[in-house]
Design a protein around this ligand. Structure first.
Ligand SMILES: [Zn+2]
Length: 195
């Protein structure tokens, strides 16, 4: 090995350390935010069969993992249909599965949701007195991560929530204008965004 090569090797090694370190740091930030938003600790790590990253407050069930893959598959299909190409790999996504703060919506139907601070929804119809119930919530745009509530049945709901939260992330990385126009539901708009 020449001196020149070893210098390149050293630089490459340093760069990998920096890039790897930043990725790990971003991942840690997403974890910290997910814990802060939900009050849960995500001690169970898993991967879906297709390779998405999952952290659960409880050990994620096989049905939850498969439902996450189904939601991402639906998301990628509709994203491609809209001409989007970025962040269409399962491994681009990290899903936090939180403990549900309620199991049923006001009308009594099965609807595991998480309670999150009302923030921009304060005073709107969503506001429950400082917090709102949400089926899912984006935790960070980069890395792509969001939180959903644990389900024990009706896993098609999980796939829908995954696809819906994923829409915000796909738009963030592919169509910033459309992302900005649709990110805040307190100003109206709902899912699905992508047709
Ligand atoms: Zn949304």
């Amino acid at each position: 090995m020449t001196k020149r090569t070893s210098l390149f090797t050293a630089i490459f090694f340093l760069l990998s350390l920096i890039v790897g370190g930043q990725a790990a740091f971003a991942q840690t930030n997403a974890m910290a935010k997910a814990q802060k938003v939900t009050g849960d600790r995500f001690t169970f790590r898993a991967s879906t069969p297709e390779g998405a990253n999952v952290y659960g407050a409880k050990r994620p069930s096989a049905a939850m993992l498969e439902a996450i893959d189904k939601g991402l598959t639906d998301l990628f299909v509709v994203a491609r249909k809209n001409g989007y190409r970025q962040k269409l790999n399962y491994s681009d996504y990290t899903v936090f599965i939180a403990n549900a703060d309620r199991q049923k919506s006001a009308d009594g139907s099965y609807s595991p949701d998480i309670a999150v601070g009302a923030a921009q929804y304060a005073g709107t119809d969503y506001d429950q007195g400082g917090y709102i119930f949400a089926a899912g919530m984006v935790i960070s745009n980069n890395p792509c991560s969001f939180v959903i509530a644990e389900h024990t049945k009706e896993f098609n709901r999980v796939s829908d929530v995954v696809r819906y939260e994923g829409e915000h992330l796909v738009l963030y990385h592919n169509d910033r204008r459309r992302y900005t126009a649709t990110a805040d539901h307190s100003k109206g708009g709902a899912h699905p965004i992508l047709q």
